[in-house]
Design a binder for this molecule. Structure first.
Ligand code: NAP
Length: 538
């Protein structure tokens, strides 16, 4: 940031220092561009900086959820578990920042509030909460898909005598639940991960569940020396295989319909994917039509329900934990857990159905539902995020003619390829709405976007063009395509954050691109090979 409040002649300004911002900085520098990152947190890490709640770990295996751009980095970093914990992922991100000397171009503790495009100068100027400003020819929004926490506005929260926390803004020093009566609100991925750990420490844990979610066991385990050696020796093949799967993760897919096999065979496949060698998102790949065929989907849903009933000893609690109604399996983000359902067999854990008896208010002593008061010392919100668009809408972004992105996206996000939005030239979104993003291995999709955007910038520069603008027709066609592909699946049916259903008043639009990582890559390649079709370079 400059001292005189005058915009600096920077090529690329990047907002956010998570996986995306760090890699964009690295790639820009390699390309000979001057770049700088502004980051709100007081260290790098993005989502892995903020989400420090007990049990936080990635639901994609570490060997996939890691950078592939540097072969030496792959060899020198050793993951200790199949699914890395938040502290280990944060250490990895810090290692990347240090190893590639990225920190000298990262300004921490800097919350960007506004970004304005100057049509004359063809440059962006951003303003920060502290009143500083900075400018660059290109603006890259590496602001993350799950970075604006959503804490429900419960009546009476300020009167609560105990402490409360949100999963996405967890204190660095941790929280000691020993001897406490804890209320956990939310049973998505965050709540499902933290419940077992809180239960081990707290005097009592009450889980307030509004909608039962499908969760499958991670089957997490330490990676022993041999597993690490094998993984390091086979990284190129693993990455290559991952890139050819629909979500960019190296998982075995079964290319059969769930309806084309016998009951025994179907059960055997589901069991294989639930147990030791399986685990996690492998369940979604048990058959090729789980997310497009209602009947196939119901087989998977019934299998998971049968597991819940077998694990949870109290039949009433088991029934409450079984997802029901119009929630096809996997259409809300599938939770990946370590001992979630087993937690409800502990004598110090209670499940409360807040769909039947809604939360009315937080009181001095706890939380009141329509059925009565629960006395609590600590409240934990695992209530999710204003996903995919929240972080972009949190910045007052003004494009051509002073048009606000917030207004343009009033009825849902509109992008060309999930990368650019018409009327906002020289601005790129990494893993934005309209790209595979959250439906894919984020690190893979981030690398792909950053590489593509950097090549586009170099292409523009190489042909002496200073303006890169997505065309409105290309954008309209892309938005249509994204919806059309989503509508061929069961995804839009789930009341999930994928469609903005968790935020009151948010337009219901299926935001990520469900066409799959390989198909999307082909489209990106075609667009580039066709002279960046759909973009005007001037
Ligand atoms: P989430 O999936 O949106 O879950 C939020 C939970 O809070 C839901 O159970 C929701 O109930 C409940 N809730 C919200 N407002 C409520 C209210 N007023 N009263 C009662 N309950 C309320 O959020 P999340 O668990 O933080 O996960 C978000 C995403 O982050 C995940 O889907 C995943 O992509 C990512 N994540 C990943 C990992 C991982 O890698 N393992 C871990 C954590 C998060 P309803 O369902 O009824 O709305």
């Amino acid at each position: 940031m400059n001292d005189s409040n005058q915009p600096k002649a920077l090529d690329v300004l990047i907002i956010g220092a998570g996986f995306a911002g760090l890699y964009q900085l690295y790639r820009a520098r390699k390309a000979g561009l001057t770049a700088r990152v502004l980051e709100a947190g007081d260290d790098v890490g993005g989502t892995w900086y903020w989400n420090r709640y007990p049990g936080a770990r990635c639901d994609v295996e570490s060997l996939d959820y890691s950078f592939s751009f540097d072969k030496d980095l792959e060899q020198e970093w050793t993951w200790s578990e199949r699914y890395a914990t938040q502290p280990e992922i944060l250490r990895y991100i810090c290692h990347v920042a240090d190893r590639f000397d990225l920190r000298r171009d990262i300004q921490l503790r800097t919350r960007v509030t506004r970004a304005v495009f100057d049509e004359q100068a063809k440059r962006w100027t951003v303003e920060t909460r502290a009143g500083e400003s900075s400018g660059a020819q290109f603006l890259v929004l590496a602001t993350g898909c799950l970075s604006i926490a959503q804490a429900p506005d419960f009546k009476g929260l300020s009167s609560f005598a105990g402490k409360w926390y949100h999963s996405a803004d967890w204190p660095k020093e941790g929280v000691d639940f020993t001897g406490k009566r804890v209320g956990l609100i939310g049973t998505g991925s965050s709540g499902v991960q933290m419940a077992p750990l809180i239960a081990e420490q707290a005097e009592h844990l009450t889980v307030f569940q509004r909608t039962a979610n499908f969760s499958v066991p991670a089957q997490n385990e330490p990676l022993d020396d041999q597993a690490v050696r094998d993984a390091k020796a086979s990284y190129p093949e693993r990455r290559a295989r991952g890139r050819e799967t629909s979500n960019g993760i190296c998982l075995e897919a079964n290319d059969q319909s769930a309806l084309d096999v016998s009951d025994e065979e179907r059960l055997r496949e589901f069991e294989f994917r639930w147990r030791g060698a399986g685990g996690g998102f492998r369940m979604l790949r048990a058959f090729n039509d789980l997310l497009i065929n209602e009947k196939s989907n119901e087989h998977a849903a019934n299998f998971v329900r049968s597991k819940i009933r077998a694990i949870v000893q109290d039949p009433r609690t088991a029934e409450l934990l079984c997802p029901k109604g119009d929630l096809p399996f996997g259409t809300k983000r599938l939770c990946v857990d370590s001992g979630y359902y087993e937690t409800f067999n502990r004598p110090n854990v209670t499940l409360v159905d807040v769909k039947a008896a809604p939360i009315e208010e937080v009181t001095l002593r706890g939380l009141r539902t329509s059925e009565g008061e629960h006395e609590l010392d600590v409240l934990v919100f695992a209530t999710g995020f204003d996903a995919m668009t929240g972080a972009l809408r949190a910045i007052d972004i003004r494009g051509v003619g002073g048009v606000a992105l917030r207004e343009k996206w009033e009825h849902g996000p509109r992008t060309y390829l999930g990368i650019s939005s018409a009327g906002f030239p020289n601005m790129f979104i990494i893993a934005g709405p309209g790209s595979p993003s959250v439906l894919s291995n984020m690190v893979h999709s981030i690398e792909e976007h950053v590489d593509w955007v950097t090549r586009l910038i170099l292409h523009a520069r190489g042909s002496s063009r200073s303006l890169v603008a997505a065309g409105i027709q290309a954008e309209n066609e892309w938005v249509h395509h994204v919806n059309e592909v989503a509508d061929r699946t069961l995804y839009p049916r789930g009341n999930s954050w994928y469609v903005g259903a968790n935020i009151p008043g948010k337009p219901r639009v299926f935001m990520p691109y469900v066409g799959g990582v390989p198909a999307y890559r082909n489209i990106l390649n075609d667009v580039a090979n066709d002279g960046y079709r759909g973009f005007a370079l001037s």
